[in-house]
Design a protein around this ligand. Structure first.
Ligand code: SAM
Length: 229
């Protein structure tokens, strides 16, 4: 099967995807530096968020005045940086990763060049699910504006549930890699891979969820967008 799903920075990206990205993605110099550094040096660099998805998320945050963001899956910090640039000076980005080695090695040296942006990012290392449950236990439900789900696929449905709880009415969730290079469409591939099945289950759950309005978009590697009612 020829895939029409791709991140724009991947070599040989579909021309329509490339064209859409060229007319969507906007990067600051720090974002361009972090993307270049990540693609050149970081292990598993293909985990880097697609710039077209990050720009689209920034557009939402800026247009509805989002201030508090959950960033689930930091890697080198590209998504956390995008949201930190989009929120106002008193905004906050909580970014979660089981291991912040890549963030400290590749992200922090670049992002910390802009103190104003860097100080908005709270990096929490450890299980993202436990950290989200702690925020809920601490009484932070309904206080976040935007959530980006991009960590381990097995927990996608759990991250979505926690995000719905933590978001205020009208808050927006982006679920990244919702098409998983097209694999979710193929029952045989779902049977072969727990991650593929877990993303498919999350897509079904979001589509049927009465707590949100939603749309699954062929943007980047698939972006499932949900709006809390
Ligand atoms: C696709 S990358 C995130 C990419 C990043 N959002 C970006 O835009 O470049 C996924 C990250 O999830 C992290 N991760 C995997 N399992 C996790 C878990 N149980 N809790 C928190 N983070 C986890 C990985 O260490 C990895 O850095």
């Amino acid at each position: 099967m020829t895939s029409v799903v791709a991140k724009s920075y991947e070599k040989g990206a579909d021309p329509v995807v490339a064209y859409c990205s060229e007319h969507t993605s906007i990067q600051s110099s720090l974002q361009a530096e972090l993307q270049k550094n990540t693609l050149a040096n970081a292990p598993h660099s293909g985990m880097l968020g697609a710039p077209e998805v990050l720009t689209f998320g920034q557009n939402f945050i800026r247009s509805f005045g989002g201030k508090r963001v959950l960033d689930i899956g930091t890697f080198t910090g590209a998504s956390a940086l995008a949201w930190a640039l989009a929120v106002p000076d008193d905004g906050e980005v909580y970014t979660f990763d089981i291991d912040h080695t890549n963030y400290k090695k590749y992200g922090v040296p670049v992002i910390s060049k802009c103190e104003k942006t860097f100080k908005k990012i709270h990096a929490l290392e450890g299980s993202a699910l436990e950290a989200l449950d702690k925020l809920i236990a601490d009484g932070q439900s309904g206080t976040f504006d935007f959530a980006f789900i991009d960590a381990d696929k097995a927990n996608y449905s759990n991250y979505y549930d926690r995000s719905v709880t933590l978001l205020r009415k009208g808050g927006v969730i982006f679920v990244d890699n919702s098409l998983w290079n097209g694999a979710v469409c193929d029952p045989a591939k779902r049977a072969e891979s727990k991650s593929t099945q877990a993303i498919h289950d999350a897509n079904d759950k979001i589509y049927q969820d009465d707590r949100t309005y939603s749309a699954l978009l062929n943007l980047g590697d698939g972006t499932h967008v949900a709006f809390k009612k």
